[in-house]
Write a protein that binds this ligand. Structure first.
Ligand SMILES: *Cc1c(COP(=O)(O)O)cnc(C)c1O
Length: 386
C-alpha cells in the first residue's frame, strides 16, 4: 500500500478541474446528456458513471477510490453514517429465516439492528464472546449467513482472531463483516486477513475533525455492485458531496493523526500504570492486555482510545473527576482532534432506562492531538479527587 499516493493523488483527476489541488465539491443532484444514445449507454453503469447523485457523484467517487485502496479492497461505498454502513452490510446479506452471529460487546446500535430491527423481519441472532473462536464456532447454525465482528471493541477493547474467524466462516460459507473503526486502515486491514466486508464509522478517525457524520463500506467488486443496486439505491442513505470533500481533506492527515494519538495514548497509559487510583487499564498495546500477542499480530498500532477501571467507592467521586477536567472534554464519540472523556456512570441511574451492563467505575478516554504532557497533567490532577 502506497499511503502517500492514495492520500494525495489516487482518484483525483486535476486536469478536469483547472489543475486545482483540492477537488471541487460537485454540488449537483443531476448530470446532463447530449443524446439519447449517451443516456442509454450511461444507464448501464450507474455505479461508475454520473447520472444522479443518489447513485454516484464525482466528489464522492474520489473518496470511494481512496477508501477502497486504504482497506486493500476492490471498491467502496460511502453512507451518511457509520450506523448506515453497518445496516447496509448486514441487510444485504440476510433474508427472512437467516441467522447472524455477532460479538457481544459490539457497538450499541449494531446490537439494536439485530435485536430491535431485524427480528421484525425474521432474522435471528446470537451474541458471543468473540475472544475465543470456539464460542463463534459453537454459535453457528445451518442458517447462519453473517458473522459480525468488531475488533477491538470500542469500550472494553476485546479482540477477535481475524484469521481464525475467516477460516471458520469460509468453511460454512458465511459472510464476514468487521467494524474496523477502532484501528482504522492505518493500523489494521482486515481484508488482507480474509474478511469480506469492512465497515467504518468514518465520523471517528477517517474524517478526524468532529464535523461530519459518515460511514464507509469496503469489499469486493461483486459485493459492492450487489449492495449498490439494492441497499444503497433503495434505502438511499448517501453522503452529501460537501461532506465527502471534508472527509477527503481529513484523510490527507490520517496517518499523522493516528501516530500522534497512538504515541500520546501510550505516554498517558504508561503514567496510569501502577497509579494508586487505577485498578485496570484496557488498551490492546499494553503488554498486560490479555490479548497483547494477538493485537501485535493483526494490528500495527492502537490509536488514542482506552478505558480505565478506577479504584473508588462512589459514583460522585468519578463525577467530580470528570466534571473537573479541562483538556479532556466530556462527550460521546472519539477520533477527532480533541481529547474526550466518557464515564460509564453517566449511563447509571437514568430514569426509564436500565443501567449499563458495563461497570460503573469504567471511564473511557480518547487522546486527541493536544500536547500529551498537558493532557497527563490534567488527568493527574483529576485523579487526586478520587
Ligand atoms: C460511532 C460508532 C459507530 C456508529 O457510527 P456513526 O457514524 O455514529 O453512525 C459504529 N461503530 C463504532 C465502533 C463506533 O464507535
Amino acid at each position: 500500500m502506497n499511503l502517500s499516493h492514495i492520500l494525495n493523488h489516487l482518484g483525483e483527476e486535476r486536469e478536469k478541474y483547472y489543475n486545482a489541488v483540492s477537488p471541487p465539491v460537485i454540488q449537483s443532484s443531476n448530470f446532463i446528456f447530449d443524446t439519447v444514445a449517451d443516456l442509454r449507454r450511461m444507464i448501464t453503469d450507474e455505479i461508475g458513471e454520473h447520472i444522479y447523485t443518489r447513485g454516484n457523484n464525482p466528489t464522492v467517487q474520489i473518496l470511494r477510490k481512496k477508501m477502497a485502496a486504504l482497506e486493500s479492497a476492490e471498491d467502496a461505498l460511502i453512507f451518511s453514517s457509520g450506523a448506515g454502513a453497518i445496516a447496509m452490510a448486514v441487510l444485504g446479506n440476510v433474508k427472512s429465516g437467516d441467522h447472524v452471529v455477532c460479538v457481544k460487546s459490539a457497538y450499541g446500535w449494531t446490537q439494536k439492528l439485530l435485536t430491535k430491527f431485524l427480528t421484525r423481519f425474521g432474522v435471528s441472532h446470537t451474541f458471543v464472546d468473540g475472544k475465543r473462536v470456539e464460542n463463534i464456532r459453537a454459535a453457528i447454525k445451518p442458517e447462519t449467513t453473517v458473522l459480525f465482528l468488531e475488533s477491538p471493541t470500542s469500550m472494553t477493547f476485546e479482540l477477535q482472531d481475524l484469521t481464525a474467524c475467516t477460516r471458520l466462516a469460509k468453511q460454512h460459507k458465511i459472510t464476514t463483516i468487521i467494524d474496523n473503526s477502532y484501528a482504522s486502515p492505518i493500523y489494521q486491514r482486515p481484508i488482507e486477513l480474509g474478511i469480506d466486508i469492512v465497515v467504518h464509522s468514518g465520523t471517528k478517525y477517517l474524517n478526524g475533525h468532529s464535523d461530519v457524520v459518515v460511514g464507509t463500506l469496503c469489499s469486493s467488486k461483486t459485493m459492492i455492485e450487489k449492495l449498490f443496486h439494492s441497499e444503497l439505491m433503495t434505502l438511499g442513505g448517501i453522503i452529501a458531496p460537501h461532506d465527502a470533500a471534508l472527509v477527503i481533506r481529513g484523510l490527507r492527515t490520517l496517518p499523522l493523526r493516528m501516530q500522534r494519538s497512538h504515541e500520546s495514548a501510550m505516554h498517558i497509559v504508561q503514567q496510569l500504570k501502577g497509579h494508586p487510583k487505577v485498578n485496570k487499564i484496557n488498551y490492546p498495546f499494553l503488554p498486560e492486555h490479555p490479548q497483547y500477542e494477538l493485537a501485535k499480530q493483526q494490528m500495527s498500532g492502537a490509536g488514542g482510545l482506552f478505558s480505565v477501571l478506577l479504584k473508588t467507592d462512589s459514583i460522585s467521586k468519578i463525577e467530580e473527576l470528570c466534571d473537573g477536567l479541562t483538556y479532556f472534554m466530556m462527550a460521546v464519540s472519539w477520533g477527532g482532534h480533541e481529547s474526550l472523556v466518557m464515564p460509564i456512570c453517566a449511563f447509571y441511574n437514568v430514569e426509564g432506562r436500565e443501567n449499563s451492563p458495563l461497570p460503573w467505575n469504567l471511564v473511557r478516554f480518547y487522546v486527541g492531538l493536544e500536547d500529551a504532557n498537558c493532557l497527563w497533567k490534567d488527568l493527574e490532577r483529576g485523579l487526586e479527587k478520587l
